[in-house]
Design a binder for this molecule. Structure first.
Ligand SMILES: NC(=O)c1ccc[n+]([C@@H]2O[C@H](COP(=O)([O-])OP(=O)(O)OC[C@H]3O[C@@H](n4cnc5c(N)ncnc54)[C@H](OP(=O)(O)O)[C@@H]3O)[C@@H](O)[C@H]2O)c1
Length: 404
């Protein structure tokens, strides 16, 4: 009995010892982990502080640029572009959209303008309008940049003897609508190369020597915000605009010491013929300005920023566009536009030309009555996406009239 009690007491004591040892080692372990972690926590805190500081600096510098580019110019007197750069400007692709508005803005600043585009009647009408409204000289050059090298001798001749102080490389083409690369025609690919890239190179090549000689001048290359990240379904277009972006920046570094200001404009969407493929973008809105509104703000940034969207609200969009991860941009750029007819989405290369089921869906009035497409003339719209949309509407109506 006594032996049993002694054994129990001994067992209890051993238990207590074990528990004490366990508690001791656990707190010791915790202390050790705490010590090791404090180093990690400090490092993480440092990284966090650095990130917050970096983001705050970026926000502050972007806010400062917004004020400097878009608000201060409104308060001070307009710069004398003739005195700063020269008495003549050349604008490519100027019979509509941004080019036309930019040419008018230049004329409004008293700069004579060489208007270069492919439609003679439209060029002459614009020249007359500019001369009457702003009392400056103009010269028109009919040039279709898609033809490559052959158009430049005529332009060179027109520029001869003129003090071309400002060059606006605005001409550019997009697809008929966002699409997969293999769905483009060969002609379209060559147009994108000759017009978006070739024209800017050759125009700069022609005017730059005169600018260097005079030690002043400004070159404005109209790129696009689509150049900020790789953009699926506008692959060749966004790549051509990225080319212009790099071209402009390198040119700036080469020629800024010689007094030449090179600017790259990277607008987001502007309401012009080019954005007509999308019903949303064909209407002016807060973030989709008219070409006149865009050009009015963009010209105020000349000489102030060498790379800018050129429009205050686009600059805010541009800030977010630059900080978002690429997968998010990729997702947004590659996303199909919302359509009341999902079957009419862009075909993948090799996919059937007529989307099956499109007509079946179109027979369901609920889909169409919510967002009825506006009947229009596809030829006038000159846009295959809308044409397809309207074609489906026509087919739908035909089917309503002749139900099976
Ligand atoms: N609109 C946007 O949302 C947007 C966004 C970012 C960047 N951009 C860029 O801004 C620039 C101007 O675009 P926009 O929207 O004003 O386009 P737009 O309204 O389609 O105007 C393009 C101008 O270029 C002319 N043009 C087209 N092909 C030509 C050729 N082969 N030879 C000579 N001239 C030609 C057109 O003449 P016709 O009248 O004879 O066609 C028109 O005057 C482009 O470089 C574009 O990439 C536009």
């Amino acid at each position: 009995m006594a032996a049993a009690q002694k054994h129990r007491r001994l067992h209890k004591r051993t238990d207590i010892c074990f528990t004490m040892a366990a508690v001791d080692s656990f707190s010791f372990l915790l202390r050790e982990i705490g010590q090791a972690c404090s180093c990690v926590i400090e490092t993480l805190a440092f990284i966090g502080a650095f990130y917050i500081m970096k983001t705050s600096l970026t926000v502050a510098s972007n806010t400062y640029s917004l004020i400097r580019l878009y608000f201060i110019p409104r308060l001070v007197s307009r710069p004398d572009l003739v005195k700063l750069y020269g008495s003549w400007a050349a604008v490519t692709g100027c019979t509509s959209g941004i080019g036309k508005s930019y040419a008018k803005e230049l004329a409004c600043h008293g700069v004579n303008v060489v208007l270069i585009s492919r439609n003679k009647e439209m060029l002459e009408a614009l020249a007359k309008d500019i001369e009457d409204s702003y009392k400056v000289e103009t010269e028109v050059v009919v040039a279709d940049f898609s033809r490559g090298r052959q158009v430049y001798p005529a332009i060179k001749k027109a520029l001869l003897g003129k003090e071309t102080g400002i060059l606006v490389n605005n001409v550019g083409v997009f697809y008929d609508h966002p699409d997969y690369f293999a769905n483009l025609t060969e002609d379209k690919i060559w147009d994108l190369i000759n017009i978006n890239i070739g024209a800017a190179n050759m125009m700069v090549y022609m005017v730059l020597p005169g600018m260097v000689q005079r030690k002043k001048g400004a070159i404005v290359n109209v790129s696009s915000m689509s150049s900020y990240h790789p953009s699926p379904r506008m692959t060749a277009y966004s790549a051509s605009k990225a080319y212009l972006d790099h071209f402009s920046q390198s040119l700036y570094y080469e020629y800024a010491p010689q007094g030449i200001f090179v600017q790259c404009l990277c607008p987001a969407f502007v309401c012009t013929t080019m954005s007509k493929y999308s019903p949303t973008l064909s209407k002016k809105s807060l973030f989709v300005p008219s070409a006149d509104e865009y050009a009015h703000q963009a010209i105020a940034t000349l000489g102030l920023s060498r790379r800018t969207p050129g429009y205050s609200l686009h600059s805010i969009q541009g800030f977010f566009a630059q900080i978002i991860p690429e997968w998010l941009w990729r997702g947004a750029a590659g996303r199909e536009p919302r359509s009341p007819h999902p079957e009419l989405r862009t075909r993948l290369p090799g996919e059937a030309a007529t989307p099956r089921g499109a007509l079946r869906k179109l027979r369901w009035p609920g889909v169409l009555l919510k967002t009825p497409p506006q009947p229009s003339n596809e030829t006038d719209l000159g846009n295959s996406a809308l044409a397809l949309h309207h074609l489906s509407e026509m087919e739908y109506r035909t089917q309503l009239l002749n139900p099976e």
